[in-house]
Design a binder for this molecule. Structure first.
Ligand code: MF3
Ligand code: CO
Ligand code: CO
Length: 270
């Protein structure tokens, strides 16, 4: 066995072994399949509570576990963040209206491995303004993913995302970040979606983490509501997010949460 693998770096980042990629693939595939299958349940008049109940059942039917139910007291199998909600929206019984945009974020545990992914959906007709926000956020995630390869740094990922978003006159949320994951939900490092090229820990083969930029049409500041979960934009501007779980490979990156149906972006695959 390669003894470089299975260790922690000086920044506390776990270096997983070759066999561990298979575990992440299975967990990532289930999370992505759930996001594929939930698309047909997003429509005007639907509630986010019902969407969450369907997700709960999908996780159970797959023989897996939800990572979020019971996590720090959270009680749902998904976070559903609508319009000016940045992240950690709690599913509820309000009906979706025409043009609402929502992020659905699902984390599952399969054989002890965590798969964490989120993407954007729309109820009814997507406005031009929302469409632009969603496109820039999606493409910003992929700018970050393109920066993942051994020898690059976490700062390179954040820099790629921030530069892209700000070139489109939108803003990157600073208050929430991506995270290491694997056999645990949240581990070092904090994966910032902004920053300077060449700074931060160096990427190595065997690192598993999420990239999950939140992008606002207005200012980047957020606040958390009295429920202690729901984070919203302070200026009430629209916010979007996409998330993949990835692994650093010998030559680049593997995306564990790729959409099997090819519908990761809401206007793709139609
Ligand atoms: N899935 C979220 C993330 O991307 C975390 C949700 S924690 C919860 O890290 F408790 F709010 F569900
Ligand atoms: Co995450
Ligand atoms: Co997530």
């Amino acid at each position: 066995m390669d003894e470089r693998k299975g260790r922690l770096t000086k920044d506390g980042i776990r270096i997983y072994q070759d066999a561990d990629y298979a575990g992440m693939r299975a967990a990532g595939k289930l999370a992505a399949t759930i996001l594929d299958d939930i698309a047909q349940h997003v429509f005007v008049g639907q509630t986010t509570g019902e969407i969450d109940r369907i997700i709960t059942k999908m996780v159970e039917d797959a023989g897996a576990r939800s990572a979020t139910i019971g996590y720090k007291g959270y009680q749902h199998a998904s976070c559903i963040s609508m319009n000016h909600v940045v992240c950690h929206g709690i599913p509820g019984e309000k009906k979706l209206k025409d043009g609402d945009i929502l992020n659905i974020d699902v984390t599952v545990i399969v054989d002890g491995w965590f798969g964490d992914t989120s993407r954007m959906y729309v109820a009814g007709k997507l406005s031009r303004k929302s469409e632009r926000l969603i496109q820039v956020t999606h493409d910003a995630l992929f700018k970050g993913i393109e920066a993942v390869k051994p020898g690059n740094t976490f700062g390179d990922i954040g820099h790629a995302i921030q530069t892209y978003v700000e070139a489109h006159r939108m803003s990157v949320v600073r208050d929430f970040c991506g995270h290491g994951l694997g056999r645990v939900f949240h581990a070092p490092p904090n994966v910032l979606h902004y920053g300077r090229a060449g700074t931060g820990p160096v990427l190595e083969e065997g690192m598993f983490f999420t990239i999950e930029p939140m992008v606002n049409l207005g200012r980047p500041e957020t606040k958390v509501l009295a429920d202690d979960w729901t984070a919203v934009t302070r200026d009430k501007s629209l916010s979007a997010q996409f998330e993949h779980s990835v692994g650093v490979t010998a030559t680049g990156v593997e995306i564990f949460t790729q959409s099997p149906a090819g519908i990761f972006h809401p206007t793709y695959g139609e």
